[in-house]
Design a binder for this molecule. Structure first.
Ligand SMILES: C[S@@+](CC[C@H](N)C(=O)[O-])C[C@H]1O[C@@H](n2cnc3c(N)ncnc32)[C@H](O)[C@@H]1O
Length: 319
């Protein structure tokens, strides 16, 4: 059954985005298209709908059929959005919105291999047309590299133990499915009660991040957004875990006056003046958290955070 994707923090996104007539807005993570549809409903604007997943791209193409002059579907990675929109002869844009991570469409389809709850090939690629799969990593990485990956991207304390068990198991038979890997991890980490997360949760998160270079994509995506945003254009990013949120937070801190002021230590107030360009203005210095109501209604949204800023194409030195 296709359950679709329940959009996360949509109300908050629209609240900061405030789309206007004739604007061009980039939805860099089209997914199920809920953000794009909601943006198009708000004002007579256009949306450039980017997704690296071919099935999401197909959904964007379907939406374009409904609204030919208002939707521009693009298959590609948002890290390359500057090149992608230049190829379409689209000039600078009024806003970029990113809703980082995987969609329910991807998680819920067993054949995509994202879920340890469903038997499927150990794939996890968002862009199924290219790149290495999770099975390639699990079956070929050195034990230490595998342990480091599970530690770094999964923040899994038992990463060494898991890597050791994986390497031992694959010597008998290489991993092919999600269930095989989930069971291997569950064999060495006990399930801690019915309300606790599955023992393989962090390992799966780590592999997904590595397969799709999710953190590298985010870093490059923020830089690409900086290039294509007009003066006063808005950058709006929704993230789901601390690794992602830190990247957005650091980027905005380094690129805004407010962030640089915040970063000045009160113990060392006499720091040299920064000559860094001020590329964004932070309106809300803190991340906006998901509402209690939404967290209750949609458990997948529990850890979501929204950060946003306004592009300022003015050079000034911060004090
Ligand atoms: C959380 S979903 C977005 C859901 C969407 N906001 C909605 O309301 O339906 C994330 C989507 O972004 C896509 N995605 C993730 N990283 C990407 C990247 N680096 N470039 C392009 N698309 C990406 C995924 O394929 C997925 O479809």
């Amino acid at each position: 059954m296709d359950l679709g994707h329940i959009p996360v923090m949509l109300e908050e996104v629209l609240n900061v985005l405030r789309p206007e007539k004739d604007q061009v807005i980039v939805d860099g993570t089209f997914g199920g298209g809920s953000y794009t549809r909601a943006i198009l409903n708000e004002a007579m604007c256009k949306v450039v709908a980017i997704d690296r997943d071919p099935t999401a791209y197909a959904r964007a193409q379907d939406l374009q059929k409904e609204m030919p002059d208002r939707v521009i579907p693009i298959h590609g990675a948002f890290s390359e959005m500057d090149t992608l929109i230049a190829n379409e002869n689209i000039g600078n844009v009024d806003a970029v919105v990113l809703d980082i991570g995987v969609s329910s469409y991807q998680i819920d389809q067993a054949e995509r291999g994202f879920s340890f709850m469903k038997e499927g090939p150990l794939d996890m690629r968002m862009d199924t047309s290219q790149g290495q799969t999770a099975a390639d990593i699990v079956n070929n990485y050195e034990e230490t590299d595998l342990a480091n990956l599970i530690w770094k991207y999964g923040q899994e304390k038992l990463s060494r133990k898991i890597a050791k068990a994986v390497v031992k198991a694959r010597a008998e038979k290489p991993f092919e499915t999600t269930k095989e890997l989930a069971e291997c991890v569950a064999d060495i980490i006990p399930f801690a009660g019915k309300h606790k997360t599955h023992p393989a949760t962090k390992t799966f998160q780590a592999l997904r991040i590595a397969v799709n270079d999710e953190l590298g994509e985010l870093e490059k995506g923020l830089e690409a957004a900086k290039i294509i945003l007009k003066n006063n254009g808005k950058l709006v990013v929704v993230t789901f875990h601390s690794l992602e949120d830190s990247i957005v937070k650091d980027f905005l801190r380094q690129n805004s006056k407010e962030g640089q002021q915040q970063a000045v230590s009160r113990y060392m107030p006499e720091q040299p003046k920064s000559t860094k360009a001020i590329d964004f203005k932070l309106v809300d210095r803190k991340a906006i958290a998901v509402s209690a109501k939404e967290a209750k209604e949609n458990p997948r949204a529990r850890s979501a955070k929204l950060r946003w800023a306004v592009r300022t194409i003015v050079q000034e030195a911060s004090a």
